[in-house]
Design a protein around this ligand. Sequence first.
Ligand SMILES: NC(=O)C1=CN([C@@H]2O[C@H](COP(=O)(O)OP(=O)(O)OC[C@H]3O[C@@H](n4cnc5c(N)ncnc54)[C@H](O)[C@@H]3O)[C@@H](O)[C@H]2O)C=CC1
Ligand SMILES: O=C(O)C(=O)[C@H](O)COP(=O)(O)O
Length: 397
Amino acid sequence: MKSEVIKPAALKIVADENIPLVRECFAELGNVVTLPGRSLSADDLADADVLVARSVTRVNKELVQNSSLKFVGTCTAGFDHVDLQALKAQGIEFSSAPGCNARSVVEYVLCALDILAERDGYCITGRTVGIVGKGQVGSRLYRALQALGVTVMANDPLLEPEAGVELVELDELLERCDVIALHTPLTTSGDYPTYHLMGEQQLLAMKHGAVLINAGRGAVVDNRALLNVLKVRDDLSVVLDVWEHEPDVDPELLELVDIATPHIAGYSLDGKITGTVMVYQALCRFLGLPARTSQQDLTPLPPLMKLDFTGTVDADQATSVAMRATYDIRRDDALMRRLLKMEPEARRLAFDFMRKNYSERREFSTLNIDASRSSQEVQQRLQALGFCLQDNGLSVG
Ligand SMILES: NC(=O)C1=CN([C@@H]2O[C@H](COP(=O)(O)OP(=O)(O)OC[C@H]3O[C@@H](n4cnc5c(N)ncnc54)[C@H](O)[C@@H]3O)[C@@H](O)[C@H]2O)C=CC1
Ligand SMILES: O=C(O)C(=O)[C@H](O)COP(=O)(O)O
């Protein structure tokens, strides 16, 4: 077992410079060298024992074959950027961070829906939402929407039937749903590949006035087909967090989507720290060492800690105020639209710049809400969304 021969003090750990708190976590295990993830090369890893990456590093045979790597971790949920076969062939241990940022993505989707519902004058509780991919993100979104009273169904051919969950074929989901939220990994092989899962045919099959949300991976939607469909169907609304060929974003498509963001759906500080800590813990296990640093040690207090509602607030108002106080997606959308004025190279750099310098965003659970003077409906909705309700002796479950 490789881990037995590694002396932690001598470990060289190469890490993406955009991993928050990477030194605080990993420095006790070795010498941490941080580098830009997108341009990481085989030379950078020649004498490295550990690579701690994020999604922008293509971890493939060329990158690892001449290295002395023993462990690769990605502080992300998705790992389509990692060639697992290449790691296996070199005997390199691998770990990802499943579910680390699932709450963050769910909150992104709920905030996007809240903004579109207000703009178009409807209430989300009256809509039918279809979730494609009911894993860590999809199942949390399913539960949150169900608790809000939304009609919800899912498409996930890899799942067994489950009580209380309506699983349907993709065609049926497209036919019946007002909102389609994509939460699959990007895959190009197997029985159910997701590459271009939403092609021209599926996009055209969406209901009149439907909303498409992609916060999974860009290439799950055929972006060229989406552009063509949006040119002829102005009834559709589209929310894109992820783009085919990132960091290249098609400005024509950007102009036509309703909410556009630079792959930050999972960028809550809580989700990022969880990702870092999960990989740190996996490395400690691999090395046979105790994990001394905990998530609690690393997580700062949020900038906003408390909201207090009176009895005059209604459920729609309360949920919008609480959501927008924690995360206002319109700010990210406005920043992203600045890319429209840029030349291609500047656009690529700006996409990464926005991600690297992303402002601190905290999850709903970090906000304590006193709604004891508000209606039971207000309390129930806030709780369904995941806010922390101050105990008021009422049962709101
Ligand atoms: N925009 C962002 O910042 C983030 C994006 N992601 C992306 O979202 C994806 C999903 O995240 P998780 O829920 O954590 O992953 P997960 O692996 O827990 O769930 C994925 C689900 O998709 C299902 N699935 C696979 N192929 C499918 C197909 N052809 N049709 C329908 N369902 C299919 C799987 O059975 C599984 O239940 C990740 O793989 C990642 O690429 C994840 C976190 C943040
Ligand atoms: O976790 C995932 O999967 C994601 O998509 C990440 O949020 C992407 O973040 P970066 O790794 O690109 O910083």
